[in-house]
Design a protein. Sequence first.
Lengths: 311, 172
Amino acid sequence: MTERLVSHLRYGALAVPNFEQERDFFVKHWGLTEVEASDGLSYLAAEGSTEPFILRLRRDDKRVDLAGFGVATRANVDALAAKLHAEDVQFVHEPQALTGFGGGYGFRVFDGDGRVLEFATGYQTREARKIREREPIPVKLSHMVFNSQDLNTTAQWYVDHLDFTISDSLVRPDGVDMMHFMRCNANHHSIAIAVGPHHSLHHLSFEMRGIEEWMRGAGKILRAGTRMIWGPGRHNAGDNTFAYFLDPAGNTIEYTTELAMVDDDSWVANRHDISHLSTQDQWGTAQEMSELVARESFNDIDKGLFVAPPV
Amino acid sequence: MTRIHIAADHGGYELGRALEARAVSGGFDVVWHGADEIDAGDDYPAYAVRVGQVVVTDQDAGIDAFGVLVVDEAMAGVVAANKVNGARAVTTTSPRAAMAARAVVDANVLVLDGIAYEESAWLNVYAFVTASMEQTVERGRQILQIEEFENAGTIEGWAVQLEPEQIAVRHE
């Protein structure tokens, strides 16, 4: 059993220039709840999650601000910080009391490519509620995927420093890696890294209660005039259903459900050939993951690399 | 509490009011959308569209809602109600069929003939608003294909053709 100091993915934080439009979309259509707001900053929670928030939006040039991870205890935060220091990981700040919404104790570092990661414990949790049958809103944040222009280097950083494990990979017929799905707990993946022309956000994925709620939510987003760029389908890697949309800032977002759970000790990572249609979509109904579809999620170049967000 | 939106044209007014009373005493949150009184010359499409719209609006807002439309000819009401984006209207003559419509296509509007026997009509309504969709991926996928076509004119997902300058250079 791999002992990991990182317990789970908590939230994604994005900066977008069309802040009001993006926030309104996530509240009015996507189904998140604004729990804290100040000028140009919005914290959005999922009703089914105990996390104080799962998405933070900030008004600025478009960039990925943060990926937030949970750590079980204060001792583990300190142990992880000590480990990363010993490995010469670049820190944004040392373990300290966090001043953002929810508080807690934690620290921030740059990953190998310059994305900012936060590790925290002891923050104020939120009272979650069971999502009702047929309620078309997310339960929680499922996973966060990054584009990388150097896939294996990026993925290896998460293995070496944070003890993530590759659950499955997508590969080209000639054996070249295209995507790695990586876990830090029993969820098949909490983050994934995809080959892209540059470092950027590939997509944020939100977990729905079940099939009916996933369908209801996706129908609602279609009616809101949002483009579904890929789906509906069901992935082989992770076994989760998917429907991908573009948010007002051009970020790809996903409604998913039924992401596989894996047993850490017995799970054997697969290498799925992307030229086999069934790899991408078990149902064969979503259109083939062509280069055109892939480009939809290349996103803009992340301007936040090795630049810490102001908050 | 499950909400039931009810509307009826002249051919369905009496049964519609009877179902309204049964639904209220059954503990449902009932909203009547007309007609206000029997109007011998009224046309069903306006009622069909109104019920379809309020149901879809409520469902998108996370309110558990269904529609019941009682009209002279149920099949005509089905055609009209299904013109509303997101409405999935059916007509049934047995509780079993009503449950099947919920299970298979997550139907959200039930259309009944005004001449239907009240007891039987109520059993259809009750079965309809208390049954669940089949929790299988196939059903969800099929409904989303309908909704995708309804909103975008395609069925299997789509990608936009990018201009050459928008296509990123790939470094192998």
